[in-house]
Design a protein around this ligand. Structure first.
Ligand code: ZN
Length: 331
């Protein structure tokens, strides 16, 4: 008996079946004869969940296309990077990262963690980003109600959504929380040694400098707001900070850009990412923090992981494995 049925044989069989059933239009591709029009729209780009007494909503700013991964994930051969992707059924020639922005309602605060590329930054990503305000609206969240903007680091995709294109505050009633050294580094034009860094600094200045009097500095280990603790994780940027969120004994670690990829920077966590300020230090922070989250079985929310970016971490070999949590569609 032939078990190894090729796709060609299956297709030939179905064509024969269609032919035998008499004159039908032209098969599945004939939209003129479809029973209903194709919708062509996607599900909402926000997702709600509970954390103890807190309510979280992940809201997307839109996908970031990074293109060829061998330009961004360094420290291994191009072939090994492509194989790791294709072994996991991911496109080997185009890495796409999500932007999972978290809104956390703690009862006393409505906190937005990072804020996407804004309209200005969307130009760097084929116009597919900068969707945060539209998706907040779809999720029923009014930007005027946001009381705190907590920032993991001052990159284009994390702090360019603070100001509108015409220089207005998108979140007019919010204080801004960020590490002092990160703010100072990314607003200092003297650090612009490459074109992309110059561009990032110009944008950070546009979004942060006009808000200087609203900025509160966060320190390692500090409870920034009730239930929100800062964990300094330098390397990706000088002041990159993760935030541990805890309510009624339940914790979730908002890891920002501690890792950018669910395979490449988990299974081989010492790989380097081209946008890291200090790639070696970044890898150290990544391994140390993921190790802690894995051993304490604390789930994480990863800004750039597949939507909506919530899952657990397990140890695997001398690296890690990401276990995405199933979306819970009833609260
Ligand atoms: Zn990022």
């Amino acid at each position: 008996m032939e078990l190894n049925v090729s796709r060609r044989v299956l297709l030939a069989g179905s064509a024969a079946a269609i032919a035998a059933s008499g004159p039908v239009a032209t098969g599945f591709g004939d939209l003129a004869h479809a029973k209903a029009p194709m919708a062509g729209t996607q599900a909402p780009y926000w997702y709600r969940f509970k954390l103890g007494a807190f309510e979280g909503t992940v809201v997307s700013d839109g996908p970031l296309g990074l293109g060829d991964p061998s330009e961004t994930f360094l420290g291994s051969s191009k072939e090994a990077v492509k194989k790791a992707l294709s072994d996991n059924f991911l496109a080997p020639d185009n890495v796409v990262l999500e932007q999972n922005v978290l809104v956390l309602n703690t009862g006393s605060n409505l906190v937005l963690f990072d804020n996407g590329t804004g309209a200005a930054g969307a130009k760097n990503f084929n116009g597919k980003t900068g969707k945060l305000l539209a998706n907040l609206k779809a999720a029923g969240i009014d930007p005027k109600d946001i009381t705190a903007l907590v920032i993991t680091h001052c990159h284009i995709d994390h702090c360019w959504g603070i100001m509108s294109d015409d220089g207005q505050r998108n979140f007019p009633n919010a204080q801004i929380y960020v590490a002092q050294n990160d703010l100072e580094w990314w607003t200092n034009e003297a650090n612009g040694t490459k074109d992309w860094i110059k561009d990032f600094i110009a944008g950070a200045r546009r979004n942060l400098v006009p808000n200087r009097e609203r900025i509160v500095f966060v320190k390692d280990g500090q409870e920034v707001l009730p239930g929100i603790q800062a964990i300094s994780t330098p390397g990706h940027t000088v002041g990159h900070t993760c935030y541990m969120l805890t309510s009624e004994g339940k914790s979730l670690c908002n890891i920002g850009d501690l890792t950018h990829h669910q395979i490449l920077l988990m299974e081989t966590p010492r790989l380097e990412f081209s946008f890291d300020t200090d790639p070696k230090q970044s890898a150290q922070s990544r391994v140390k923090t993921l190790d802690m989250l894995a051993s304490q079985k604390i789930p994480m929310l990863a800004y750039h992981y597949p939507w909506p970016g919530i899952g657990h971490i397990g140890k695997m070999g001398d690296g890690f494995r990401y276990y995405p949590s199933a979306m819970q569609m009833t609260l």
